[in-house]
Design a protein around this ligand. Structure first.
Ligand SMILES: C[S@@+](CC[C@H](N)C(=O)[O-])C[C@H]1O[C@@H](n2cnc3c(N)ncnc32)[C@H](O)[C@@H]1O
Length: 247
């Protein structure tokens, strides 16, 4: 699918519930159990989604990939496996530290992934310094998604690529209804048991329901100046993978 120019863009302006400081504190709190909760709530699909994203990023050996909102670096690890030099950027020190500890425990510290604190809206990198920029389940969390996409365009070199993995809208209406009930009902209840932070998972449900669909996000990316915007739905549209090229 590609993004033709469309009339109605979703509104990616900052919202009160995406106050950056609150989002940062929330991820600091959930960091120790984030990976386990992710795998449970996605019914084991999350690793598959990230592998598809890493394949789409298609880094050549030695390419510099910025994985923004990298969290515990699960996608960064997939990109490293493909031979890229990866900088995992996130503003939650606890999320990065969890990933760095996992690397150390596996004897992979310092191998191919550099951990870097930074704000996705003001990346600590020079213009045109990256070959590829990836962001998995992070764009929705930025207080200003359109501003983030413009910032990504600044740091990626001309001809470089952007890959966005994000929750999206189920493409089959009946499945969509079942999924919505799972999001607003089952996930916060299960989070009470699994994470002792159900508020974080209510935020998750709300932010997913408010997020644009596949076409809508494609239009926001095109409006931010990205070229050749394409997307594919994964797992019936629960998640979408968008790619684009720096013009
Ligand atoms: C849902 S997690 C995704 C983590 C990881 N990419 C993954 O696939 O599991 C969202 C991440 O975005 C980070 N984040 C949110 N807003 C950010 C911002 N403005 N700058 C940098 N990181 C941000 C959070 O700290 C969190 O680690």
């Amino acid at each position: 699918m590609t993004a033709p120019p469309g009339p109605a863009l979703p509104d990616p302006r900052p919202t009160a519930d995406k106050d950056a400081r609150l989002v940062q504190q929330m991820f600091d709190r959930v960091a120790p159990r984030y990976d386990v909760a992710n795998t449970v709530f996605s019914l084991g699909q999350d690793r598959h989604w990230r592998r598809v994203a890493a394949r789409a990023a298609a880094p050549r050996p030695g390419d510099l990939v910025l994985d923004v909102a990298s969290g515990t670096g699960m996608l960064a690890g997939e990109l490293r496996a493909a031979g890229a030099r990866v900088v995992a950027v996130d503003f939650s020190l606890a999320m990065l530290a969890t990933g760095a500890r996992r690397d150390r425990a596996r004897g992979r510290a310092g191998e191919g992934v550099l951990w870097c604190t930074g704000d996705g809206l003001r990346l600590p990198f020079a213009d045109a310094s990256a070959d590829v920029l990836t962001i998995a389940f992070g764009l929705r969390n930025l207080p200003d998604a359109a501003g983030g996409l413009a910032e990504f365009r600044r740091v990626v070199r001309p001809g470089g690529r952007l890959v966005v993995l994000e929750f999206s809208q189920p493409t089959w209406p009946l499945f969509g209804e079942i999924y919505r009930r799972y999001l607003v009902g089952a996930i916060p209840r299960a989070a009470q048991v699994l994470t002792s932070d159900p508020a974080a998972y209510r935020y998750l449900a709300d932010s997913i329901l408010e997020w644009p669909d596949q076409q809508g996000l494609g239009e926001v990316m095109a409006a931010a100046g990205w070229a050749h915007v394409q997307w594919q739905s994964l797992s019936g549209g629960i998640v979408a993978l968008h790619r684009a090229t720096h013009p």
